[in-house]
Design a protein. Structure first.
Length: 89
């Protein structure tokens, strides 16, 4: 069984940059694809879920969470989204 590979925020930003430059895929489209993939994974893991809570940061990947929340809402789930700002005091 293979080990899952996780990327740091810096590695993810670099992968996004390279994908945008090499394949000319807009950043917004990458965000939509990531949100959709995460939503599908959530549905697979918890198919009986009726509500979802999404925590979004203010960085680049925060938008993915809003995509997940939107897809969940369209699917009829109860959705709560929390926007977290680590720079706030």
């Amino acid at each position: 069984m293979s080990q899952a590979r996780y990327y740091t925020a810096a590695e993810t930003r670099e992968l996004d940059r390279l994908t945008i430059e090499k394949y000319h895929i807009p950043g917004f489209e990458l965000m939509q694809r990531a949100g959709l993939a995460a939503w599908r994974a959530l549905q697979t893991k918890w198919p009986e879920a009726r509500c979802v809570i999404v925590f979004c940061g203010t960085g680049n990947n925060g938008g993915d969470g809003f995509i997940i929340g939107t897809l969940a809402k369209k699917a009829g789930l109860q959705v709560k989204i929390y926007l977290l700002d680590a720079t706030a005091s």
